[in-house]
Design a protein around this ligand. Structure first.
Ligand code: SF4
Length: 382
């Protein structure tokens, strides 16, 4: 049997600076949820979700219902919010974590990943960017999102989806219109994340990120020494990344001292030489969090052996991806979009999320028939 990849919690370990007193934190949340004015913007359904959240966080009653848990990084995210934003965040956290367990689909995906570009300047050993049938311009998979397409997605997501990532198959900072895109996200989402290899993080880009709606900035780096870094992040130079991240911190401290942006160095754990203690020593003073995520064999699912996994893939109820050309896909394991259910340029997010094709795919998974669908039959994500 292949190793299974649990999408619910992909962190192997996450180290967060300044641990919180959970008891104090929960009493703050309780106070916030008891204040009626903080709930005044919620719909009837959201209020129901808040009731579940309250039970999960403040009552120890036993039941079979999946329970919302607050991990250290979630607590950090909540602490960046105003009291009036906290209930809305908890509703969307609940949708993100619990809907995939309950197999619930409502009008919008709990999480949206938007890809500003599919092009990458790196060829990391564990990534599908090493697939020559994918990474060449001539294959048709490569391109940058247009600002007009991006705005269309953001306009539909605002107020409906709070958890957004600007990243997927490529390096987002390579997109020629990324600065305008970042600026368009300002004050629109409670949880907007961008993942970057930091190779193009110059001063100008740092200002654009700090002025935008980005709440969490993830630097993808997997090692604390030059040799190992370059072996894993092919085309990458550790000194350059280090210099850029140091500069980012300086700019943040000097010009944006009130910024609540959370920074994280996150690596993919692919071999035993990688050590989180060394990572923490190397990066810990520059960022708020250091983590390793589990490795999924992303390189080429289409040529992997059959996985024999029959458990439904939770991501079908958690997130939706929009590629640079507007194509919508349920995951990036399927980086060549064989499972695509349509295009944002022709239909809206809500329609696509609930579309017949998407629902058929979910149904097959629920019937334990993912072995009849390619590439789910070769994938180990559950
Ligand atoms: S290939 Fe199928 S099983 Fe794997 S992550 Fe994508 S949707 Fe889920």
């Amino acid at each position: 049997m292949n190793k299974i990849y649990r999408k619910f919690n992909s962190f192997i370990e996450l180290r967060v600076k300044e641990k919180n007193n959970l008891k104090d934190f929960l009493s703050e949340i309780k106070k916030c949820l008891e204040d009626k004015k903080n709930l005044s913007f919620l719909s009837k359904n959201d209020i129901k979700i808040i009731d579940f959240v309250k039970k999960d966080l403040f009552q120890s009653e036993k039941n079979d219902r999946p329970k919302l848990r607050l991990t250290s990084n979630v607590i950090k995210e909540i602490q960046t919010l105003k009291p009036i934003e906290v209930p809305r965040y908890l509703v969307h956290r609940y949708r993100y974590e619990i809907y995939p367990e309950l197999k619930t689909v409502d009008n919008f995906p709990p999480y949206l990943q938007i890809e500003p570009t599919s092009i990458c300047n790196y060829r990391c050993v564990f990534c599908y960017q090493t697939d020559n049938n994918f990474n060449k311009r001539s294959t048709g998979f490569m391109g940058h999102m247009k600002l007009k397409t991006f705005k269309k997605i953001i306009d539909q997501a605002e107020g409906n989806i709070e958890f957004i990532s600007l990243a997927s198959r490529g390096e987002p900072l390579l997109c020629p219109e990324i600065k305008e895109m970042l600026s368009y996200t300002k004050n629109k989402f409670l949880n907007l994340k961008i993942n970057t290899n930091a190779s193009l993080l110059d001063e100008d880009m740092s200002h654009s990120i700090l002025e935008s709606g980005v709440k969490t900035l993830v630097f993808s780096a997997d090692a604390a020494d030059k040799k190992l870094y370059s072996e894993l992040r092919v085309n990458g130079k550790l000194e350059k990344i280090l210099k850029n991240i140091k500069k980012f911190k300086e700019i943040k401290n000097k010009h944006y001292s009130n910024s609540k942006i959370i920074t994280r160095v996150s690596g993919v754990k692919v071999n035993k030489k990688q050590d989180l203690d060394k990572m923490e020593k190397y990066w810990g003073n520059l960022v708020d969090q250091v983590a390793f995520v589990d490795y999924v064999p992303w390189e080429n699912v289409y040529e992997s052996k059959l996985s024999k996994v029959s458990t439904p893939c939770s991501d079908l109820w958690r997130r939706m991806f929009v590629w640079w050309d507007g194509k919508v896909n349920p995951c990036d394991v399927d980086y060549k979009s064989e499972l695509s259910s349509g295009n944002i340029l022709n239909n809206n997010i809500s329609y696509l999320w609930k579309s017949e094709n998407y629902n058929k795919l979910r149904k097959k998974h629920l019937e334990n028939l993912r072995n009849k669908i390619a590439p789910c039959n070769r994938c180990v994500v559950i």
